[in-house]
Design a protein. Structure first.
Length: 75
């Protein structure tokens, strides 16, 4: 699943100004807070990225991790 707006996502992850990011099967993503309840209302992301998984990473590490997400994060 190719991620949309990947450059913007990389910068968001690098800057760390998020709590949790939800990703849907069509490759779209959005910044959500830790109390996001969309999945309980039928809005089912295929995966989440939490700040703790990317905190303190450099650009190369983030790129590598995003490739893994694109490969592994499927419905």
């Amino acid at each position: 699943m190719p991620l949309k707006k990947k450059g913007l996502l990389q910068e968001t992850l690098y800057k760390g100004n998020y709590d949790k990011i939800a990703i849907w099967k069509n490759g779209t993503w959005t910044n959500v807070n830790s109390s996001y309840l969309g999945e309980q209302m039928g809005d089912q992301p295929v995966c989440f990225i939490r700040r703790t998984a990317f905190y303190g990473r450099n650009h190369q590490e983030i790129k590598r991790k995003l490739k893994n997400i694109e490969r592994d994060c499927v419905d």
